[in-house]
Design a protein around this ligand. Structure first.
Ligand code: ATP
Length: 409
């Protein structure tokens, strides 16, 4: 089955709103083995939406439309879909009842304007909305299906999950998408591809995707299967890829690096303190985004100035003078110092040049040192990270977490 997604809303054509609904819907459809062939964003213009729907009906078996089901004049999805399908619209007593109940639950009368949301397109089935007043609709048009859902993600997501997915599952005729995923750190995208490509090109029936962001590289393999099929080729490919990438793979189940590190910290029963110069709190923020991180994360110091590096993190003035704030010597003293200041079992430090200024031939922009220290040893790592200030800082956090993961092993 081929699907397309239409996101309705002029705000989605501005730089201020992201169409995140289509990402959610794509994920869910892919899980059902349904391929998304096209996504479109259309403003609040009825004629544009009618034209788009008519084109969509000629090429896609499933059309999912999000947004434009509200009560105001610019919410025109209902009328546009009715026009595109040449169907009538009637007031549905069933929807009106749902709206009345919802407002009664809040102790207020239904505003006249919300009665518009009781409009039902001829032949449509209602998809109930437990979190809002705009119901969705499931419409069959010959062999095509059109699903209408409200725009707010907190309404759309449970509606799609609980009401649309089971119906689509039945239509997908027992097909599903089998997947294998690898999250990788410590390698560039081209290094990953150079190692994995000679293996995956031998499996032309399996789709391969490599995605890179400031947190990790994701290598994804997928193939549509029958629900009772065991994808042995996918298992075989994944086994070979895991072997060649080895320790660089930190997750095969979608867990982010900070969560993987958190599991290591918890199982070792150790505690962590951080001294952050160039990332100034970003490592702490990422670690503490994991629920339960207070079990192992004690805290940290944002040691931006040399004075704080000395006073709170125990770096000697001589070290700073002789080797500079961005040096292996400073990084190691920071890691030892923060461990002793905060009384943790492991100390992690980072110091570097995020740019755009401050670089030199010796110490270019992007140069980062990470050090780790525990009761037995102190180790440090150097890396030159490409990119602008924001991406250098984000990648530096990932680099530090990746060093921590290896240290804890
Ligand atoms: P409502 O009854 O809330 O008006 P609606 O179906 O008319 O529902 P819209 O008015 O189109 O929805 O959008 C309401 C809000 O939902 C938007 O301001 C936006 O914050 C969010 N939203 C809409 N479409 C999307 C989208 N594609 N991705 C993410 N958020 C969206």
């Amino acid at each position: 089955m081929k699907a397309e997604i239409i996101a309705v809303g002029s705000e989605l054509l501005t730089p201020h709103h992201v169409d995140s609904n289509s990402l959610f819907i794509t994920q869910k459809l892919n899980d059902l083995g349904i391929e998304v062939r096209l996504k479109t964003i259309v403003g609040d213009d009825e004629k544009d939406l009618v034209d788009l729907l008519q084109q969509a009906l000629t090429r896609s078996e499933l059309i999912v439309v999000s947004g434009g089901l509200g009560p105001t004049e610019d919410d025109l999805t209902r009328t546009a879909v009715a026009r595109a399908l040449r169907r009538t619209i009637t007031k549905s007593p069933e929807i009106l009842e749902m709206i009345l109940k919802r407002f009664a639950g809040r102790g207020i009368a239904v505003p006249k304007i919300n009665e518009r949301q009781a409009e039902l397109i001829e032949g449509a089935e209602i998809i109930a909305n437990a979190r809002g007043t705009a119901p969705g609709m499931w419409i069959r048009e010959n062999s095509r299906i059109i699903v209408l859902l409200p725009g707010p993600p907190r309404e759309l997501e449970p509606m799609f999950e609980t009401l649309a997915v089971p119906r689509l599952q039945a239509l997908a005729k027992g097909k599903m998408l089998a997947k294998k995923q690898f999250y990788i750190t410590g390698m560039t995208e081209s290094e990953v591809d150079a190692k994995a490509a000679p293996i995956y090109i031998k499996y032309p029936g399996i789709q391969t995707t490599i995605l890179s962001n400031t947190r990790h590289i994701a290598l994804l393999f997928s193939r549509q299967i029958d629900s009772d099929e065991c994808p042995t080729d996918l298992e075989e490919l994944a086994g070979k890829v895991q072997e060649i990438l080895g320790d660089s793979v930190f997750s095969t189940n979608g867990q982010p690096l900070e969560q993987v590190v958190g599991i290591q910290m918890k199982s070792s029963g150790r505690t962590l303190a951080v001294a952050e110069s160039c990332t100034s709190g970003m490592i702490g923020a990422r670690l503490t985004a994991v629920p339960g991180s207070s079990e192992y994360f004690l805290g940290g110091v944002l040691c931006y100035s040399n004075d704080i590096k000395s006073r709170l993190c125990g770096v000697s003035e001589n070290t700073l003078k002789e080797f500079g704030a961005v040096s292996v010597e400073t990084a190691e003293e920071l890691a030892r110092g923060i461990r002793s200041t905060l009384g943790s079992s492991v100390g992690l430090s980072i110091t570097g040049i995020a740019g755009p200024g401050g670089g030199s031939a010796d110490k270019p922009v992007g140069l980062v040192y990470v050090a780790l220290s525990d009761e037995q040893r102190t180790e440090s790592h150097r890396r030159i990270i490409p990119g602008d200030r924001d991406s250098i800082r984000e990648r530096a956090v990932s680099f530090a977490l990746s060093c921590l993961r290896r240290f804890l092993r």
